[in-house]
Design a protein around this ligand. Structure first.
Ligand code: ZN
Length: 501
């Protein structure tokens, strides 16, 4: 079921006649055949024939109606569809994708028990590889062209090599966020093997494979994470950290980071819920951004999805889906649930004081921006990713499904992306100017082989756990003294803020 790429490799590509959501600074829309909703500056030519996007090499060469194109250009019919920038997920534990759906009913505490305390350590390098491969293809299938692999199962450099091997075997754009929940951040970042790995495997240009260091800050007043921040600073690498996670990380961690000078514009705070105004002020003042995983926060319990307060504090937002152990690896769900959670809170807050929200504060175009340009901004890639503008990298998604009654009428393109579209409507995906999905099918993927690889990991895990523990693992018991308020084993610190005040 694969489609050969040899006929398109190296040739220019034009997406003809779509509705183009540029997600540029003014969120310009070049409308397609339906004609409505144009905000394209009134050149008078849109509204009937749609808009073209021409790709030459790895870049967007031109955007506009009726483009003339070089000989040999591959033509893709985008009429009736939406062309948008490739989506960017800033926090996804790709190694966990081989456990797809297993923890659908977990709380965050149960997740900590299963992965941090009990079973995370039985994952071998080939299991990291299997999860990453599956997650990488899953991302591309859903139009997620850049994914941050928040890879906190890297117990050895061999695990890390396996993670990168998988990412480099799939034609997506990735950022390896290196982490290890089985050891203290100060310990694993301090080894010669870690430095050696970075030197060996992370390319200097960081274009198709970027790099971050991923660890959490417990709030322990002795600040045991400090040496890991110093390594990140020395290497010039951003830190990404689960912050504002009920029962794990809170204001104490933010304050320690700030007081020691480790909050920077490159820092990505994941979740950023359950924090006080003081912490949001510190994040805003230092220019960092928050990766919001609304589906995760709603069901696992990190705190209420925080876009309502991030907006108030002017903190930049990107979106993420966290882990396929519970949720689907696409950003349509993330956009949809983020709109729902933000609006739900706004309504309830108004009702509590006997008032009515008459105009929703969070708009569909904003969540589409967060899922694209917001991710680029968080990764320091706003100059070349996240919008459809000539000169930028050609990471593009065509949403079009002629077999679906949901594909028309197309009256409000941003609203369509946020509330109507889904991964099955992702028709074509380009990454770095290369077609990786076309006509609704991934290109050059061997799903049968991928299934065998993942089956091998599932078989290994089942045999390690035993059938009884495997079944109980879907609703594991919680050893309270070990995990509540601190799932990390390198410090005994407990804030106490999450049990009874
Ligand atoms: Zn996470």
């Amino acid at each position: 079921m694969t489609q050969p790429t040899h006929d398109t490799a190296g040739r220019p590509i034009v997406l003809r006649g779509g509705t183009v959501l540029t997600v540029d600074a003014t969120r310009q829309v070049h409308t397609g055949r339906d004609g409505g909703g144009s905000r394209d500056g009134g050149d008078g030519r849109d509204g009937g024939d749609g808009c073209d996007v021409l790709v030459v090499g790895d870049r967007i060469a031109a955007v506009g109606p009726g483009l003339s194109v070089p000989d040999g250009t591959v033509e893709i019919d985008a009429r009736g569809g939406i062309v948008m920038p490739g989506m960017i997920d800033t926090h996804r534990h790709m190694w966990q994708t081989a456990m797809r759906g297993y923890g659908a009913d977990w709380t965050l505490t149960q997740y900590f028990v299963w992965y941090y305390l009990e079973w995370g350590k039985v994952f071998r390098p080939q299991d990291i590889h299997a999860g990453n491969l599956l997650a990488a293809w899953e991302a591309l299938d859903a139009g997620v062209t850049t994914t941050v692999d928040w890879s906190h199962g890297l117990q050895t450099p061999q695990h890390a090599d396996a993670a990168v091997d998988a990412l480099q075997a799939v034609p997506g754009r990735f950022v390896l966020a290196y982490g290890n929940i089985q050891d203290a951040p100060a310990a694993w970042t301090g080894t010669p093997e870690f430095r050696d790995f970075v030197a060996r495997r992370i390319p200097d240009d960081r274009d198709m494979l970027g790099f971050q260091i991923a660890f959490d800050v417990t709030g322990d007043p002795s600040f045991p994470e400090r040496p890991a921040f110093e390594v990140a600073r020395e290497l010039g690498v951003p830190v990404t950290t689960h912050a504002g996670v009920w029962g794990a990380t809170g204001d104490d961690g933010i304050r320690l980071m700030h007081e020691h000078g480790f909050m920077t514009p490159e820092t990505v705070y994941v979740h950023g819920a359950s924090l006080s105004a003081d912490s949001y002020h510190r994040i805003a003042a230092t220019g960092g951004s928050v990766s919001v995983s609304t589906e995760s926060e709603q069901s696992a319990g990190q705190g209420y999805p925080p876009t309502w307060t991030l907006r108030a504090h002017g903190i930049p937002v990107s979106l993420s889906m966290d882990t396929s152990v519970w949720w689907s690896g696409d950003l349509f769900s993330a956009m949809r649930t983020t709109l729902g959670a933000d609006r739900s809170r706004e309504h309830l807050q108004a009702h509590a004081s006997g008032e009515t929200v008459t105009h929703a504060a969070l708009r569909a175009d904003q969540v589409v921006e967060w899922a694209t340009r917001g991710g680029a901004r968080a990764l320091g890639r706003e100059a070349d990713l996240g919008s459809i503008e000539p000169g930028k990298k050609a990471d593009l998604v065509l949403i079009k499904n002629d077999a679906s009654p949901v594909s028309f009428p197309l009256l409000n393109p941003y609203g369509h992306v946020a509330f109507q579209a889904q991964r099955g409507d992702v028709h074509t995906v380009l990454v770095n100017g290369r077609i990786v999905k076309r006509d609704g099918r991934l290109v050059d993927v061997d799903l049968a082989a991928l299934r065998r690889t993942v089956d091998g990991t599932v078989d290994h895990l089942r045999s390690q756990l035993g059938e009884d523990a495997w079944q109980r693992g879907m609703n594991p018991d919680v050893p309270e003294t070990k995990v509540l308020d601190n799932p990390y084993t390198y410090t005994q610190y407990r804030s106490g803020s999450t049990h009874g005040g």
